[in-house]
Ligand binder design. Structure first.
Ligand code: FES
Length: 111
């Protein structure tokens, strides 16, 4: 096996009314992984309390995984993980629920 590469995600944590903070998580890096893959790995291996939202895990179907990576709005399931430090934050223009989850309209209101 080649030397394991790592990605580091600096993840914004907290709920409204709490101090804003971020936590740094190192995750194993594999080419082709998405930011959502890394966030799910963090939940499974490091911190099950990390709040994220997604339904489809691929290709913009549910649109629930939208968040900011390095300040840009992306779908976490299609944003490529890179072997460097990446900043992951909730959408800035939506009401924060907790960690990376913001208030979004239910699916039937989006149609
Ligand atoms: S998880 Fe459904 S669009 Fe990203």
């Amino acid at each position: 096996m080649s030397t394991a590469m790592k990605a580091s995600l600096r993840v914004s944590r907290g709920a409204p009314g709490e101090d804003k903070r971020s936590e740094l998580f190192e995750v194993p890096y594999e080419p082709g992984q998405s930011v959502l893959d890394a966030l799910r790995w963090i939940r499974a291996q490091r911190d099950p309390t990390l709040a994220i939202r997604y339904s489809c895990t691929s290709a913009n179907t549910c649109k629930e995984c939208m968040l900011l990576v390095d300040g840009k709005t992306v779908y976490a399931c299609t944003a490529r993980l890179e072997p460097r430090e990446m900043k992951v934050e909730p959408l800035a223009n939506k009401a924060l629920i907790r960690d990376l989850v913001t208030e979004i309209a239910p699916p039937d209101e989006r149609l």
